[in-house]
Write a protein that binds this ligand. Structure first.
Ligand code: DAH
Length: 338
């Protein structure tokens, strides 16, 4: 039995020395000390020995077991260390590598212009109003005094959703919605998206406008010119020339188109202003009494003006962009410049 024990010990210690993984060590432990292990079997055989021999052999078995346990623990520890070392090596992070910089977004030029215009008008006491992009014919045309056969109602310009539902072709219906909701005095601007069936270098089927409306008891054409002059001077610079030309809109009377001195050539004449020295930037006029009639205002005792402008056109002039389509292609090389 002694010899058997000695042999088992030597074989096992050798196996522990030669083992290279935690799995192998675990297998050795089970084969020796598990329920069906060799040393366990030997211990069970102690009862068959002479009573006098039992304590001596028992002690020997214990010491062999302890020795093996110690060797196993040491080998397990060193296998664990090797495993950790290998992982540290393979998962090493090079902290000296430069970081990756996420691209920072910028505001779209159209948003920049809307914000700037809203803030100029906020300084003049105008609040921001909004309306739906899918609009009823009545708000988009009828209440704005477009006669039934007016060419702007033609399918060429308007995207219809249903018979009398359409994608608004301008922000002017917000005038109507505002006047129906509140009584004068009114001072609002309404930025928003509008739609027209038109597409080339200076037209997009989806674009943006800002509408303005001021209604009170004694608003004059002079107020209109004053407000628009302050506005264009703030947007394009103090010395920008402004001129008003007679025009026609169904919802204003009298109506005007507002030009600024060409921001490219300063008025001398160039390709952008088609050698006229002037650039048209908005439409305006005194609100037509017919419009007041549709919103049940007393046209005798109030007066007001309205104006409307295209944002993309202003953005193109302000930033020197020659093709409107650039604004909607979302090419990051273009957008990053703003
Ligand atoms: N709604 C017009 C358009 O889309 C622009 C406009 C012109 C608005 C004159 C106005 C105005 O309020 O008074 O072309």
């Amino acid at each position: 039995m002694r010899e058997q024990l000695e042999k088992l010990k030597n074989i096992t210690l050798q196996a522990i020395k030669e083992s290279s993984s935690l799995e192998e060590l675990q297998e050795i432990r089970i084969n020796l000390l598990g329920r069906k292990g060799e040393l366990t079997a030997l211990m069970k055989g102690l009862g068959l020995l002479e009573p006098a021999e039992r304590p001596i052999v028992g002690q020997l078995v214990n010491s062999v077991r302890d020795e093996i346990e110690t060797a196993l623990a040491a080998a397990t520890e060193s296998a664990n260390q090797k495993l950790i070392a290998r992982r540290l090596q393979s998962e090493q992070i090079d902290t000296s590598l430069p970081g990756r910089h996420p691209l920072k977004g910028t505001k779209h030029p159209v948003s920049l212009v809307i914000e700037e215009i809203c803030s100029i008008f906020a300084g003049l006491g105008f609040a921001v109003a909004e309306g739906p992009e899918i609009e009823h014919d009545w708000y988009n045309f009828e209440a704005l005094n477009f006669p039934p056969e007016h060419p702007a109602r033609d399918m060429q310009d308007t995207f219809f959703v249903e018979k009398s539902l359409l994608l608004r072709t301008h922000t002017s219906p917000v005038q109507i919605r505002t006047m129906l909701k509140q009584k004068p005095p009114i001072r609002i601007i309404a930025p928003g998206t509008v739609y027209r069936c038109d597409s080339d270098a200076t037209h997009s089927p989806m674009f943006h406008q800002i509408e303005g409306l001021m209604v009170d008891t004694k608003v004059t054409f002079g107020d209109l010119k004053g407000i628009l002059t302050v506005f264009t001077n703030q947007l394009f610079g103090q010395k920008t020339g402004v001129r008003l030309r007679p025009s026609y809109f169904p919802f204003t009377e009298p109506s005007a188109e507002v030009d600024i001195a060409c921001v490219i050539c300063g008025g001398k004449g160039c390709r952008v202003c088609k050698n006229s020295g002037w650039l048209e930037i908005l439409g305006a006029g005194m609100v037509d009494p017919e419009v007041y009639r549709h919103v049940q205002y007393d046209a005798e005792n109030i007066s007001g003006f309205a104006f409307g402008m295209g944002i993309e056109r202003i953005a193109m002039l302000k930033y020197g962009i020659s093709d409107m389509r650039l604004l909607f292609e979302n090419d990051i090389r273009f957008l990053r410049q703003f």
